[in-house]
Design a protein around this ligand. Sequence first.
Ligand SMILES: Nc1nc2c(ncn2[C@H]2C[C@H](O)[C@@H](COP(=O)(O)OP(=O)(O)OP(=O)(O)O)O2)c(=O)[nH]1
Length: 378
Amino acid sequence: MTALYACQPNDSRGRHWPETMSTFRSPWQRDRDRIIHSSAFRRLKHKTQVFVEHEGDYYRTRLTHTIEVAQVARTIAGTLGLNTDLAETVALAHDLGHPPFGHTGEDALAVLMAPYGGFDHNAQALRIVTKLERHYADFDGLNLTWESLEGIAKHNGPITGPLPYALADVNAEWDLELHTNASAEAQVAAVADDVAYNHHDLHDGLRAGLFSEEDLAQLPVIGEAFAQVDALHPGLEPMRRRHEALRRVFGVMVEDVIAVAQNRLTSLQPQSAQDIRDMDGPIIRFSKPLYQNLKAIKSFLFTRMYRAPTVVVERKRVTEMLNGLFPLYLNDAGKLPDHWRAAAEAAGSETARARIVLDYVAGMTDRFAIQEAERLLG
Ligand SMILES: Nc1nc2c(ncn2[C@H]2C[C@H](O)[C@@H](COP(=O)(O)OP(=O)(O)OP(=O)(O)O)O2)c(=O)[nH]1
């Protein structure tokens, strides 16, 4: 039994193209399965989280990150009496729109697409699930339920003001009520994203030798976690010590989010999923003190990891690849595979052609983009 404020499968606003209900899967279980079986989902395994794909088999990719986000989302949603299937679905979809090379690829493509309406990985995820997956006889996209689309669209909260490119198209068809909060389930998926990467980037950064346990011990939350482990298990073998400390950091984040939500739910007493959407601000978030501490950790990770000298060298290299590939495809559709070429040649304007080229390039994995760069740029 879920809580009154949970999204209820029987109250789903349904799909754009009506379909008969599955006899053994709820609408959001079905959405989840469609995402898992999509091409974009499989490609996440060769897309950068922080390190470019070929750098080592240990590190997170967008796929393993996504699986970790889904796990955290299920835990938090289940504890709060929310619909775990919807939270998991939104979590599994949240990074589908990431291009090759993750944020670096996104930055490069945003510049290249600036004259043509821009690029943003969240908007691209919506474009993928509503237009670009073409496996079903009756529709383009995955024909997800309204609630799943709403959750993907509002990953960063309600949207007011001008809509990013794909959102405008999708919203015209679906009216996702972008000005309200997302469902609590989608809010859980968004916070689970932060929990997951704040935890695993610490592991991956340590493994890559970008910083040491001693560096981390200077940071809030993490320093306390190492001190606890040392007190409880003096002389613990280094890798176990690291794992024990970082799993405590993970626990602090999850417990904090649950405690904040439980307090707010008790004081505000929402009676329906709509009450959550209409609230003044999100129900799922970190407490203010932890949020401040996480800001310090994020800022450390930014300088020591996301902009570490070795990562900056890679950023430059892969940015040059995308800067080379994109205009090549834009100016010579013959360089594209047949069906993309046909679409690019049929495009009515340069803007429409650029969007097709963008869809093709953003769909590439790291390794495919590198191969294409070697083939076409030398
Ligand atoms: N924000 C940011 N993250 C980066 C950068 N380079 C690598 N990363 C990694 C760190 C995290 O593992 C992950 C954060 O990206 P996400 O797309 O998961 O979350 P973010 O909050 O940036 O965007 P989103 O919530 O999806 O709109 O990407 C960078 O330049 N900026």
